[in-house]
Design a protein around this ligand. Sequence first.
Ligand code: BES
Ligand code: MN
Ligand code: ZN
Length: 473
Amino acid sequence: MKFIVNGSGGVTTELVFQGQVDITDCRQYANDKVDFQGKLGEVFFFPSLSGEGHLLIGLGQAENLGYDQLREAFFSAGRELDKYRLPEVEIELTVFTGLSNGKVIEAVAEGLLQSSYRFDKYKTEKKASPELTVNLTFPTEEVSVINDGISRAEKLIAGIFLARDLVNEPSCVIYPETLALKAKEALEPLGIKVTVYEEDEIREIGLHAFLNVSLGSAKRPRLIVMEYKGDPDSAECTGVVGKGLTYDAGGYSLKPSDSMRTMYSDMGGAGTVIGMMLVLGKMKVKANVTGVIAACENLISGGAYKPGDVIRSLSGKTIEIDNTDAEGRLTLADAVYYASKHLNCDRVIDLATLTGACLIALGEEYSAAITNNAAFLAGVKAAAEAAGERVWELPNDKDFAKRNESKIADIKNSGGRLGGTISAGQFIEAFLYDDKPWVHLDIAGTAFIDKPQHYLPAGATGIHVKTLVNLFS
Ligand code: BES
Ligand code: MN
Ligand code: ZN
């Protein structure tokens, strides 16, 4: 997709609020034929003999219009243009009361770009779509503001699409070694330092909980550390830790086939961290952010860890393995301790496709949050809200943490099914160094979805790339 500021040509467009369909020629036609009401996401395309056609774009009720509604409306417009394989469109934007012009432009461009996501590399015959040219005007706005909005959207989308691609790739393509290579390939050209530790070094540092999860796989683990220093005058740094299970078969607590089917996507957190780092680098965001991914596979073999094992962790705490399918929290325990102690991050946010219980509680619509610091979470929630990414806080009540108590070790890795999202988060919390401010996002429901949602496609969503970029910019 390419944007031409103040260009002209192609399909003409008209933005229509619901309940304000002021009936003129073509809208009359649309009203008569299809009852076009201007609902959010509703579109109506009319071909024309004389011109290139006209597209009505529904914005919904005027009083409900926000940036996410614009993303959705223009996503629908993009899809409609693609459906008819139209190569060019002309869009004129105007001021919407209560919204900033720059952010309107960014949301419109993002919505259009969202419509272009495909994961069709394994289809020999691809659906041929022409590259869309978007002629964008905003008569009362400076060209530089329009360009900025478009360019921000393009950078964000690059990160979101990278995250999606990494997560959509099957585990025969993306495994710890190749995930690390992809991170290097994407981030090093932007000046981001990417350090990849192999098994011997991981053992030397002492991430034994992480290593135990990796034991059943012939594909050896990697610890990926990505350092972005956008604010060199500041010593502050935030650690962003992503769960990076490139496959989760459950280990000896084996998953049933149906649950295992899509477990190549158990690295949604890692995808988001890499995607976010890409955007930070492209936007030159003024912040210091360190990404950490403990990447491995959870499989079965003669060397695999087993239920009943007692293992060590980087923190020194011993862990009783109650269930080898509760592996994510083991990798995160070491990664979070490493970020908060060894890398000296001042605060840590972790993102993980951690629990099936999260899907039961909040579906594919909301990510669950747990925190030890209300102010930090308030910042994350505000950033998520602006991103159109939904987050719901669960109670960090220590009664739930009792479920993680072990009879023979310091802690056990599963607190059972009841309140499972909370006890899983609290397991990770137990491995924070110095009780540093921490936010945990369980993205088991939101990172990889069965059915498309608004402008999110089925499969990997790249959820929270935008949230994190907003948090740091
Ligand atoms: N990766 C899964 C969680 C998951 C489930 C993500 C469905 C996405 C969709 C995680 O490693 C897991 O297996 N969790 C167990 C924990 C249990 C054994 C305490 C679960 O939720 O069943
Ligand atoms: Mn698991
Ligand atoms: Zn998992």
